[in-house]
Design a protein around this ligand. Structure first.
Ligand SMILES: *Cc1c(COP(=O)(O)O)cnc(C)c1O
Length: 473
């Protein structure tokens, strides 16, 4: 399997190269050259199989000969053995047509674990084979850093440095990062804001000498391997609910458009997906787009669902590639215009084509709290604010002729205890394995908002170059 860039001007790469590269050299995102296709019989044969085996069937064609069959099987088995629930991504019925898929049984209680736990192991495997090591750096406002840290901890070929704004993350979020004491994990509390953290990470990537010396890498949501790993649970859920003989809709609380794009990809691969519902909070650039055909940037305001507080959804570029009939030049031109003017539009015909599959619904914070309260009252289910946007969007936008919808529960309610308590009057407890989080030892280094101080710290805390079998080239 070869991968091509959405902007059409970067070299085609193999899976292992795409895994390590992230962003394409022309600024685009990598996509498989063609979609592997599953027949109804092949889909039917997935019924009743353990999660890791479905993952193998779905992922194998994307990996090609980059990883030996036996190795990929072992890696997938190890990855999904880490998850707390035996079903890995269990389904719960909420009402006649609505099911909830719980994607919070990983180490950090949010759905990003389902992809990042795999990506960390794939990194290690591929880097070992190449005799390389990488330095992963990232910035977090608190909600996603822990998933990246958990993915990289104790990996032999990886060091991770995660910047968070000092004193500006919640205590649960900080502790989920700083209590990981593995020697290759480095938490940095920056004396600044989240924007300062992001700017410093960008500056480090733009310093080519530093970038090469450290072999910098990122595990952000534009990495193809993360999308690939997310396709798996759409197959698992649909097959459990009757696919290929019954089509299934999905309602996805959406930020960067990675998760719902994976559902779209599953459809392209032959899974009968009848409808995709994009849920957004008041940062509603996507719902405005699906209603009007115009993508228009606006300022971001903080909400109760911070993982969806985005200005631009980076993975939307992958869908745009299909909208523009896989014309890389047209994608590049459209997005260049978007960067300059803050807006672009698709034609009425293109929007109409998208709307055959996609619908959308937006909730503000008050509506989100009302949904948490109503679901708790009706079924005893405690939803986190992101998950509540998914269930409310499902209820609001489900088409009459769709018989079943799966709303994605993207985070455990205990990750957002204040909002849940406010809405439902119940304080959600952390699961037993995290119950002592507040007693655990923390490790974290405070650094000033200063590029050279950061670079000195990272250079000094990474194993020396001679521990690195990778050549200077
Ligand atoms: C990351 C995240 C989202 C948004 O997912 P995208 O793939 O960026 O659309 C929604 N909810 C939670 C809890 C998340 O962590």
């Amino acid at each position: 399997m070869k991968y091509i860039s959405t902007r059409g001007a970067a070299p085609a790469l193999s899976f292992d190269e795409v895994l390590l590269t992230g962003l394409a050299r022309d600024g685009g995102l990598y996509l498989p050259e063609s979609w592997p296709s599953f027949s109804p019989e092949e889909i039917r044969s997935l019924a009743g199989k353990p999660y890791a085996e479905v993952a193998y069937a779905v992922i194998r064609p994307f990996v090609g000969d980059s990883i030996a069959e036996a190795d990929l099987k072992r890696i997938l088995k190890e990855t999904y053995a880490v998850f707390e629930h035996r079903a890995v991504a269990p389904l719960k019925q909420l009402d006649e047509r609505t099911w909830l898929m719980e994607l919070f049984h990983g180490p950090t209680l949010a759905f990003k674990d389902y992809a990042l736990q795999l990506v960390g192991r794939l990194f290690d495997h591929v880097l070992k084979a190449r005799g390389e090591r990488v330095t992963v750096i990232g910035a977090t406002s608190g909600d996603t850093g822990s998933a990246a840290i958990e993915a990289c901890r104790d990996r032999a070929q990886v060091d991770i440095f995660m910047l968070h704004p000092k004193g500006r993350t919640s205590e649960v979020q900080r502790r989920q990062m700083t209590t990981i004491l593995s020697p290759n994990v480095h938490n940095i509390a920056l004396e600044g804001t989240f924007d300062d953290c992001q700017d410093q990470v960008k500056a480090m990537f733009n310093d080519m000498a530093f970038r090469d010396a450290m072999n910098l890498s990122a595990v952000n949501s534009i990495n193809w391997a993360r999308i690939m790993a997310q396709i798996v649970y759409y197959f698992v859920a649909a097959v459990a609910l009757g696919a290929p003989d019954r089509a299934v809709a999905f309602s996805v609380p959406t930020g960067n458009f990675g998760n719902i794009y994976a559902a779209y990809a599953a459809g392209r691969m032959g899974l009968p997906v009848s409808q995709l519902i994009v849920g957004s909070n008041s940062n509603d650039i996507l719902t405005r787009f699906f209603n009007s055909g115009t993508m228009e940037m606006a300022a971001v305001s903080p909400t109760l669902s911070p993982s969806m507080d985005i200005q631009v959804s980076s993975n939307f570029e992958r869908l745009l590639f299909d909208v523009l009939d896989r014309d890389g030049d047209a994608v590049a031109r459209t997005l260049q215009g978007f960067r300059q003017s803050g807006r672009f539009a698709v034609t009425a015909e293109q929007l109409q084509r998208l709307r055959r599959l996609f619908d959308c619904h937006r909730l503000d914070d008050a509506e989100t709290l009302a949904e948490i309260a109503a679901r708790h009252k009706a079924s005893g289910e405690l939803l986190d604010p992101h998950s509540a946007i998914g269930t409310a969007a499902a209820a609001a936008a489900l088409r009459d002729d769709v018989s079943v919808v799966v709303a994605l529960a993207c985070a455990h309610p205990a990750k957002f205890p204040d909002a849940v308590k406010k809405a439902a009057g119940v304080h959600p407890a952390l699961p037993p394995r995290l119950a002592d989080l507040y007693e655990r030892e923390e490790r974290c280094t405070v650094l000033p908002n200063d590029l050279s101080a950061l670079q000195r710290y990272i250079g000094g805390n990474r194993p020396p170059a001679d521990a690195d079998t990778r050549g200077a080239a």
